[in-house]
Write a protein that binds this ligand. Sequence first.
Ligand code: HEM
Length: 91
Amino acid sequence: MRRNLLGGLTCRTLTGNSRGPEGNSVPGITSTDLAEWTVEDLELFLEVGITPSGDFTGAHMADVIEYSTSKLSNEDRTAISHYLNSEANKP
Ligand code: HEM
């Protein structure tokens, strides 16, 4: 995690938000946050919304999946999943 001299975070890209819309918290999706997820887990999640523990996501993320990521090609979901799981997506 990058910090400035005062210890503040300098980069919060994809690190989530504990106070998201309508009081829901949005999880971080850096590769550290997703350490337990495989690329295949991410591909399936972005296609149908199921998590590795067998739960289905809800609320805003379900909309993201229904109207966006489920409509991508398998190749595009694979590319996103590799990125999310990669060193380049470390906080
Ligand atoms: C292409 C990748 C992804 C995109 C574009 C995306 C996009 C979004 C967006 C736009 C929101 C709503 C945030 C807001 O309204 O401020 C959201 C919420 C959320 N996302 Fe994702 N997301 C992605 C990947 C993931 C992954 C991999 C996970 C699993 C850890 C995840 C879990 C969630 C959850 C649990 C919420 C909160 C849902 C709620 O209660 O409103 N997302 N995401």
